[in-house]
Design a protein around this ligand. Structure first.
Ligand SMILES: C[S@@+](CC[C@H](N)C(=O)[O-])C[C@H]1O[C@@H](n2cnc3c(N)ncnc32)[C@H](O)[C@@H]1O
Ligand SMILES: [Zn+2]
Length: 194
């Protein structure tokens, strides 16, 4: 009887370690997928940490995958509200959720997704493009080694004052607002200062 129980215990431990091995292998794979030879994470002059080019690149170069957790719209909405509440509390305008299709989104707020650290700029040199079930960051301008990678966060003009932009570009509009809404933003800023 004692031997039988010992055998069960051994099997349980074996199953547990096999599962742990599978999970750690997956984690390693994800971590490696989140890295790219074309860029690296460094302290940013725009904000906190940012992502910098390690080589010169032509437009349309695929730089790095934007990895994350696949979530359905219901979960996505819950998380978007939670993120918005957090942003209101501490001013952190973090956006990590990307729309994938009608049913699915990707929440990039995971440690192995280096691309989540890409900052916003009013003169972005990158865009996030969806390819099948994946998102990749592509260069949209010629990029030099050492340039910080940036894209347009596409924030809505609502609550623009909560998101001052520190991109430092000549064309900076002062706030993190989608370029499509710049005419409206400029109008509102002009009205305010009149
Ligand atoms: C998705 S994270 C980007 C990585 C961030 N730099 C970090 O170290 O965690 C978004 C955060 O970066 C900040 N950020 C990104 N671009 C910015 C910009 N152009 N001006 C000011 N803050 C910016 C936002 O305030 C937001 O909290
Ligand atoms: Zn700016």
């Amino acid at each position: 009887m004692a031997k039988k129980n010992g055998g069960k215990k051994k099997q349980k431990r074996y199953d547990h370690l096999t599962e742990m091995a599978r999970i750690t292998r997956l984690m390693k794979e994800m971590y490696e997928r989140g890295q790219s030879d074309l860029c690296e994470v460094r302290n940013s002059e725009i904000h906190g940490r940012g992502v910098y080019a390690t080589e010169d690149m032509e437009p349309e170069t695929q730089i790095i995958e934007y990895l994350g957790e696949y979530i359905n719209k219901e979960i996505s909405e819950e998380r978007a509200w939670a993120q918005a509440a957090k942003a209101e509390e501490n001013g952190e305008a973090a956006v990590y959720i990307f729309t994938l299709d009608k049913k699915w989104d990707i929440d990039g707020n995971v440690a192995w997704n280096d691309a989540r650290l890409i900052n916003h700029s009013c003169e972005p040199n990158c865009e996030a493009w969806i390819e099948e079930d994946q998102i990749f960051i592509y260069a949209v301008k010629p990029i030099k080694e050492g340039d910080e990678l940036t894209f347009d966060y596409g924030f809505d003009i609502d609550c623009y004052e909560d998101h001052p932009c520190l991109c430092g570009r000549d064309s900076c509009v002062g706030y993190i607002v989608s370029q499509e809404q710049w005419p409206e933003l400029k109008k509102r800023l002009a009205d305010k200062s009149a």
